[in-house]
Write a protein that binds this ligand. Structure first.
Ligand SMILES: Nc1ncnc2c1ncn2[C@@H]1O[C@@H]2COP(=O)(O)O[C@H]2[C@H]1O
Length: 651
């Protein structure tokens, strides 16, 4: 009976169906799916060997699959896929919870702020993610705005872009209206090293601001000379270029090529004139003209000649501490300081100075093994103050006593600071006359040969010394122009900005312009830096400058600094409880004064040097450790000046 329902079971039809299904499944278990197909297509495949081959491989694959399925790997893979899906769903579900944000650092670092704006009656969202950029790069949000057509840029977007562009010196100097007009039209472009941006002799269509990177200005067409010239004319972030061809409706006067990956903001010719950017650029040129006109050096120059000079360079701004030139003696440009000032530094190799050599050995002779005993008896604070008032701390006394002390030590040892009778790796370590009972011993450390003699390797260090300050109106880098070759000071000199604006003009171009009268006048601008000139007489007289005078200055200053810190320790009573110092982010180690101090007391001891090793340019000096000060083992001030044993509660 078809369709009759059993009390608690399936219908007859269903029952039959199930039976058939079971039979089918049993068959499947016995013979895999592949054979089923073979049977149905049996006659065909018998006649066709190709089909047979394919069917065989299918058969084999199916067999492998069933084997896999039987050994449980199939199930395992299925389980893994399932688990991955579940985890994914969990992750998505957790996105709403705060904890989830803590796990994902990207969300924590760049949160989205949201405010309700009462005036506009709407939610304002500030997604910090839009403003982040790799250090120095143009932010993605700003790029997004510049990619829009000028007409499609909203007012807020233009204002936003204007804010981003404040990072550019040249842009910042324009008035607000012009800034907004430019923000409306600028395009963003990024190019790699060696890419030619402007080719000499071609028609000019754009004006460029450099947002990141460096470009070089060259005279050749492909810009390759920039990579061969050790001192190319380089323009950096904040500078602009490409105005000359636009202003004079002429071809490009020079080639501009990227020295590294560089980002630009580009203003097209039509916008350049429509927004009166040409007026601003002309103002810059007029400023340079006025600056040169005021200089005594160019008083006799005609207007045309002076304008020629004006077009040879631009006003460049350098921030405080920025290195303008690593060696301006060799550099290819003459630098005119228009505003602010800069410092001339010299990297001196102390190891080659006789004074330093002597100083080091004197201090090593004077090493103490143990700190000297300090006071036992303490006078009242009143007495101490009175004593302090009567006699201020006599600096001379200290140096005199120290010298006396040293002399005694040398007499006893019979040395004069040289190392002739010590072994190559041993340094004498004696005690001062105060502790005569103890015997000196030798300190083992590696020694190197310097021009003056053998020196402990650790003590062969260098330092940067300021030797001159260049002020507004002065000229730097006249070396090859104003003096005959024999009188030239060829030591490398470093120029560091103290916040300055300057115009750089290439030496060869400047030389082409100047006449004899100007050349004569230029000698007045020549600056003589402290140096000791050694005349080496061989066949021809050779001149060699050494930094002896500078080394002596360094040692004097160093001694004063150490003495001052000793004195401060003596005068300032240590606090009972440490003062509250707010936590500050850890600076890089090289910023610490401590980290650039060489301590001679640790010579021969196996300690990690606590000062960084900077590599001086290989061209000039061997690899050198740069230090700011050198502390040597010394007796306590109280011991040398007994009357000041307890000088200080004076804070
Ligand atoms: N001596 C220079 N110093 C700096 N920039 C220069 C110098 N000579 C040319 N330029 C720039 O290089 C650009 C090349 O194209 P333009 O001639 O349009 O405008 C030029 C100036 O902006």
């Amino acid at each position: 009976m078809r369709g009759v329902q059993f009390a608690n079971g399936p219908t007859e039809h269903q029952f039959r169906k199930e039976k058939e299904q079971k039979q089918k499944e049993e068959k499947v278990k016995k013979e895999p799916e592949g054979d089923d197909v073979d049977v149905s297509t049996g006659i065909l495949s018998f006649f066709d060997p190709f089909v047979l081959q394919i069917e065989k491989s299918r058969h084999k694959k199916a067999k492998d699959y069933y084997k896999l399925r039987n050994c449980g790997l199939y199930q395992l893979t299925k389980d893994i896929i399932m688990m991955i899906r579940v985890c994914k769903m969990f992750r998505q579900g957790l996105r709403g919870f705060r904890e989830y944000q803590i796990i994902e650092s990207a969300h924590r670092k760049h949160p989205i702020f949201s405010f309700w704006d009462k005036k506009k009656q709407g939610q304002i969202t500030f997604d910090t993610m839009q403003f982040i950029a790799e250090q120095g790069h143009f932010p993605p949000r700003a790029i997004e705005i510049t990619q829009k057509q000028p007409a499609w840029r909203k007012e807020e977007e233009i204002q936003e872009l204007c804010n981003f562009l404040q990072a550019l010196d040249s842009f910042r100097s324009y008035n607000e209206t012009l800034q907004l007009l430019l923000a409306k039209v600028v395009r963003f472009e990024r190019f790699d090293r060696r890419r030619v941006i402007i080719r000499k002799g071609q028609k000019g269509n754009s004006f460029y601001f450099i947002y990141l990177g460096k470009v070089a200005v060259t005279e050749d067409e492909d810009g390759s000379s920039a990579f061969l010239d050790p001192y190319p004319t380089v323009l950096e972030k904040g500078c602009s270029f490409g105005e000359m061809a636009l202003l004079r409706s002429s071809v490009r006067r020079a080639t501009v090529v990227c020295m590294e990956e560089t980002e630009f903001l580009v203003v097209d010719k039509e916008d350049f004139f429509a927004n009166k950017l040409d007026v601003e650029v002309e103002k810059d040129a007029q400023y340079r003209f006025e600056f040169f006109r005021k200089m005594d050096l160019f008083r006799s120059w005609s207007k045309e000649k002076l304008w020629k000079l004006v077009t040879m360079g631009k006003v460049e701004k350098f921030s405080f501490g920025q290195v303008i030139s690593k060696d301006f003696v060799e550099s290819a440009t003459v630098m005119f300081v228009c505003k602010g000032s800069c410092e001339v530094l010299r990297l001196i190799d102390l190891g080659n100075s006789p004074s330093y050599y002597k100083w080091i050995w004197q201090h090593l002779e004077f090493q103490y093994n143990k700190p000297l005993k300090t006071h036992i008896f303490e006078p009242s604070p009143m007495e101490r103050f009175k004593e302090f008032q009567i006699k201020s701390y006599p600096v001379q006394d200290f140096s005199f006593l120290k010298l006396l002390h040293l002399q005694k030590a040398w007499e006893q040892k019979g040395t004069n600071g040289s190392m002739s009778h010590t072994s190559m790796t041993d340094l004498p370590k004696t005690f001062g006359s105060k502790i005569k009972s103890r015997r000196g011993h030798l300190v083992k450390c590696s020694v190197i040969d310097t021009e003056t003699g053998r020196l402990a390797k650790e003590a062969a260090v260098g330092t940067y010394m300021k030797i001159h300050t260049v002020e507004q109106g002065e000229i730097v880098g006249l070396h090859q122009i104003s003096l005959p070759d024999t009188q030239l000071d060829k030591r490398p000199l470093i120029l560091v900005s103290l916040g300055t604006e300057m115009i750089r003009v290439r030496k060869e171009k400047f030389e082409d312009l100047i006449d004899d009268k100007t050349r004569e006048k230029l000698s007045k601008y020549h600056i003589e830096y402290p140096r000791l000139v050694l005349k080496i007489c061989t066949n021809s007289i050779r001149v060699k400058e050494i930094d002896e005078e500078l080394c002596q200055c360094f040692l004097q200053e160093n001694s004063w600094n150490i003495f001052r810190s000793d004195l401060m320790q003596l005068l300032v009573e240590p606090r009972q409880c440490p003062p509250f110092i707010p936590k500050q982010p850890k600076k890089r180690e090289r910023n610490y004064l401590k980290s650039v101090t060489l301590n001679l007391s640790t010579l021969g001891k196996n300690t990690k040097p606590n000062y960084p090793i900077f590599m001086a340019p290989q061209k000039y000096l061997p690899p050198l450790r740069i230090v700011q000060r050198i502390t040597a083992p010394r007796p306590k001030i109280q011991e040398l000046l007994p009357q000041y044993k307890n000088a200080g509660i004076l804070v």
